[in-house]
Design a protein. Structure first.
Ligand code: AGP
Length: 619
């Protein structure tokens, strides 16, 4: 996903832009560039590869000026190279534009502009924006941008500067996030808050189909009809240090180790005298009492959190609950209506498929509840109600703390609904609430066994790497679990594959005889989640089947479980004892760490894995 930064003020724009782009590196990218209004010219520099290449180039030849735009590009149209990197300029290099999103009708626009004599340099969709603004520019940049936007189909967040207007920075958004950083004598544009937090915590979240014109002392927002829109800045509650590594080698490791404290904060914020409240929620108790079914819709890790939520909701609230990936839900004419609560789970709140699913659900009359982490994100603002996970900025592409925070919100929502709809006794409610309150401490105890100095999971990862090379790099992983931990089997597999690029599959253990057991010889390595539960004996049978065929088993069991010691498993990981309902919050910790240590063994870019972006804002 691309990153945009814009600056207008009295500082050297180059410094502000590069700092802002460095805060957006987590989004994943393959090239970077800046354009600055210098006197009566636009000067620019753009480089393929990591930001440090651009920084070193600019160190040798800095670009002076106090107005500019910057960009990190995650290629959608055109290979990653310098020509296709942003910013893109018009024919006469009088204006520059950066863009996050996809212009779906760029080919026809490009053909028409070429017929009018415009010369294109790149293969990108974005370049058509620069030439359209050039075509419509008659001395008023904002007016030229308005005319351009009317022709664009697709998604965009853009920032534009023009050499003739050194006191203006223009931005616009349609379905790609764009925020305004409000400073004193300076203003900022960015794709996400971390890019401006070194300078201001006052941000305005732009809505769809809005255009903003920033000067050094003013912010003017208009809708696409040209009508003024008044918005008050929100104050970002966390500071930039939370978006830094704090001594950890990777953001992912830092975010894994934050989980116990975040779970504790979530409970403290939402539970008072054992009563649950969601504060900002705009869905009434009456509505919650009336829903006849629940649809949970999400992508990736958020989908796994939602699948775990499905188990909780059906067990305690006894309401039919189903789940779908956003990309499937949005195209299959789903059976939702006014009696359906649709829960959209999304850390970023900007995932294109999940946003489209939200709009589809609302169009069908369903009530939509968003569970999001990013304040002011599009999904959080278009849903009927939102519960923020308040996990703080999640920088690593591989989601960890957002996942356990989503689970925590599902636990609270489940208990809230069970009490409201009287589907569990007060006694059971009190029992579950007391068990849930134990979890943050148990997570911290578990994490303390895996402090970043040498630990058992690092040894398992080293063992796997040796085995992997002995088997000529053909080894894979299979994750097995049952019931409420089955989503964790999927999540453990996703964590491993997305940062170590090793093939890994999560499966319901009861399905082994229906096919996957054919895989078993001494490969794949099989992670079996066998904590104390109603299906524990069945998991032991699965382990025996695997061992009988020479398989290698990593067992995840409850501390003190002696029976599993007799199963001849190869590696044992123990997690603290807690009611089965809450065990996913503990089981996932070693799954995250195992993935982290294996990826570290292979020396990959753990925080920014290849081909991935932190939030998929394009289809
Ligand atoms: C998970 O580690 C991945 N980063 C990815 O699957 C992610 O969970 C998915 O893209 C959904 O993102 P969202 O929660 O921001 O919507």
């Amino acid at each position: 996903m691309c990153g945009i930064v814009g600056y207008i003020g009295n500082k050297e724009a180059q410094d502000v832009l590069l700092k802002g782009l460095s805060r957006l590196e987590y989004r994943g990218y393959d090239s970077a560039g800046v354009a600055i209004v210098r006197g009566t010219k636009i000067e620019f520099d753009k480089k393929q590869g990591k930001l440090k290449t651009l920084i070193s180039d600019l160190k040798d030849a800095p670009i002076k000026g106090t107005l500019g735009i910057g960009h990190t590009r995650w290629a959608t149209h055109g290979i990653p190279n310098e020509v296709n990197a942003h910013p893109h300029l018009d024919c006469k290099k009088r204006l520059a534009v950066v863009h996050n999103g996809i212009i779906e009708n760029y080919q026809e626009l490009k053909k028409s502009l070429k017929r009018e004599g415009h010369k294109f340099l790149s293969e990108t969709d974005t370049e058509v924006i620069a030439h359209l603004i050039e075509k419509f520019y008659k001395g008023d940049l904002e007016a030229a941008v308005f005319k351009t936007l009317k022709l664009l189909k697709g998604t965009y967040a853009i920032a534009v500067v023009h050499k003739n207007e050194p006191d203006k920075l223009v931005g616009a958004r349609a379905d790609s996030p764009l925020i305004i950083g409000v400073g004193k004598g300076e203003n900022f544009l960015a794709s996400d808050a971390p890019a401006v937090l070194d300078y201001t915590k006052e941000v305005i979240f732009m809505d769809n189909h809005e255009v903003v014109t920033l000067t050094r002392d003013g912010v003017s927002i208009k809708d696409f009809h040209g009508r003024k829109v008044h918005k008050k800045p929100s104050k970002i509650k966390w500071d930039i240090s939370q978006a830094e590594k704090a001594g950890y080698k990777h953001f992912m490791l830092k975010e894994i180790f934050e989980q116990g404290d975040i779970l504790s904060k979530i409970i403290d914020e939402r539970v008072a005298n054992d009563r649950i409240s969601f504060g900002e929620l705009k869905i009434s108790e009456r509505a919650f009492k009336g829903f006849k079914n629940i649809a949970i819709v999400a992508c990736g890790t958020a989908y796994h959190a939602g699948l775990t939520g499905k188990y909780m909701l059906e067990e305690l609230v006894r309401i039919p609950s189903w789940i779908d990936t956003s990309s499937e839900f949005r195209y299959r004419d789903p059976m939702v209506d006014k009696d359906t609560l649709v829960i959209i789970v999304s850390q970023s709140g900007e995932t294109a498929d999940s946003l489209a699913a939200l709009r589809e659900a609302r169009a069908k009359g369903a009530t939509v509840l968003g569970i999001c982490n990013v304040l002011g994100s599009t999904i959080s603002r278009e849903a009927d109600g939102v519960i923020y996970t308040h996990a703080g900025p999640e920088i690593a592409v591989a989601s960890t703390k957002a996942y356990t925070a989503q689970l925590a919100i599902f636990y609270l929502l489940t208990l809230y609904l069970a009490k409201l709809r009287k589907t569990i006794s007060d006694k059971r409610y009190d029992y579950f609430m007391s068990e849930f309150k134990r979890v943050p401490g148990l997570v911290n105890d578990l994490l303390s066994e895996y402090k970043p100095e040498y630990n058992a999971l690092e040894a398992y990862a080293e063992g796997f790497k040796r085995y992997y090379h002995q088997k000529h790099n053909k080894s894979t992983f299979l994750y097995l679990a049952r019931n409420i931990n089955y989503p964790n089997a999927l999540e453990g597999a996703l964590k491993l594959k997305e940062i170590s690029y090793i093939s890994a599959e999560g499966y319901p253990a009861g399905e082994m005889k229906h096919g996957p057991i054919a895989l078993i010889d001494e490969n794949p390595w099989v992670v079996c989640i066998a904590v104390q539960s109603k299906t524990y004996d069945k998991m032991l049978s699965n382990i025996q089947e695997i061992k009988a065929r020479g398989g290698i088993v990593i067992g995840i069991a409850t501390e003190g479980d002696r029976e599993i010691m007799h199963q001849n498993i190869n590696y044992l990981i123990e997690v603290p004892k807690v009611d089965e309902l809450f065990s996913p919050l503990l089981v996932v910790i070693p799954l995250q760490l195992l993935a982290y240590y294996v990826a570290r063994e292979f020396g990959y870019d753990i925080d920014q894995p290849r081909n991935l972006a932190k939030s998929v804002t394009v289809e």
